[in-house]
Design a protein around this ligand. Structure first.
Ligand SMILES: Nc1nc2c(c(=O)[nH]1)N[C@H]1C(S)=C(S)[C@@H](COP(=O)(O)O)O[C@H]1N2
Ligand SMILES: [Mo]
Length: 321
């Protein structure tokens, strides 16, 4: 039996790096509103760009609790080899994804919560506190993998903000629906929009991350701008991109891929090298930028953080698909 312990991102004050490059949004807005710009040596023409940078908070301070056992993937690879079926089923859809307009971008929080909120993505992130950077591994069910620095906030803070009712058991996430912009959404055999779901216990774990950026910069469209989920211990398809709606519900959500092929892409989809996909082995993976295959780790190397969530469940195939 595992005992609830301090999340691994918890570091005592004296160990934390004092210097943060985060620019406080209020300072900039105050400078704009109260005419302090001149005194700070800031030209009025610089203000809009600075405000934008401050609001998005890049680059954010790296959280030293999340370390890697491998090199960070080349940025060029991680931002051009992407899965985003809304724009097509090939990996090089980054040019097509440029068409997505991500500002303004409304996000709705709905369902079994005290706080039903409709809010712009920027404002939502500002409400959720300071952004941080985390280095996470990512393992696609297709067996390619990467290790990248994400910028964002823990999803657990959004759960706190929403104030779920006691009957809420799951979070259901939805991506935009706009076939005029996303050609993949004209392919009617797919159950658009893209949907994903996790349990509320999973959402309250330290790992789930609402990401707004990658490599210290705002998220490129192809990686899921302006807001995506990152669940590093699950197969990559669970990490839903370009979120427009988060609903709290008592019914287990049926995800996009589960609806298409439940035998291959299940609800839990926890990474486990010992359970093969029906069509290929899950024992090894290829890191982007390399041709070598390396062993895949149980829970993608995050057993310490998440194994206790599943300790009382049968350790069968269902948990790893
Ligand atoms: N909306 C949406 N989210 C998505 C996908 C998608 O097609 N549409 N693909 C998923 C898959 S299969 C993977 S592996 C990751 C890939 O993230 P990346 O392209 O940023 O590496 O995004 C996931 N999130
Ligand atoms: Mo994937």
């Amino acid at each position: 039996m595992l005992i609830q312990k301090k999340p691994s991102w918890f570091i005592p004050e004296h160990e934390a790096t004092p210097e943060s490059v985060y620019v406080n949004r209020r300072q900039i807005l105050a400078a704009m509103g109260f005419g302090l710009a001149g005194g700070l040596g800031i030209l009025p023409s610089m203000l809009p760009t600075m405000a934008a940078a401050a609001i998005s908070g890049f680059p954010a301070q790296r959280n030293p609790a999340y370390t890697l056992d491998r090199d960070i993937s080349p940025e060029e690879e991680a931002t051009t080899y992407t899965n985003f079926y809304e724009f097509g089923s090939s990996k090089n859809i980054f040019r097509k994804a440029k068409r997505l307009r991500t500002d303004p971008w409304k996000v709705k929080i709905r369902g079994m919560v005290e706080e039903k909120i409709t809010i712009d993505a920027d404002e939502l992130i500002a409400k959720l506190g300071d952004q941080e950077e985390r280095l996470y591994r990512h393992r696609c069910v297709e067996t390619w993998a990467m290790a990248v620095p994400w910028t964002g906030v823990p999803l657990a803070r959004l759960v706190q903000l929403a104030k779920p009712l006691p009957e809420a058991k799951y979070l259901r996430f939805e991506t935009f629906l706009d076939p005029d912009i996303a050609p993949g959404q004209r392919q009617s055999w797919y159950p658009w929009p893209y949907v994903e779901g996790i349990t509320i216990e999973e959402a309250q774990n330290e790992l789930p991350f609402l990401a707004t950026g990658i490599y210290g910069k705002p998220m490129p469209n192809q990686n899921g701008a302006p807001l995506r989920l990152v669940l590093p211990w699950k197969y990559g398809f669970k990490s839903i991109k370009s979120i427009t709606r988060i609903s709290f519900t008592d019914k287990r959500p049926v995800s996009f891929w589960e609806e298409l092929q439940a035998r291959e892409y299940g609800f839990w989809a926890n990474v486990n090298p010992d359970f093969d996909h029906p069509r290929w082995s899950q024992k090894t993976e290829r890191m982007l930028g390399s041709n070598e295959r390396i062993p895949t780790l149980l829970y993608n190397g995050y057993a310490e953080q998440v194994a206790h969530l599943y300790a009382d469940m049968p350790q069968t195939r269902e948990l790893f698909f």
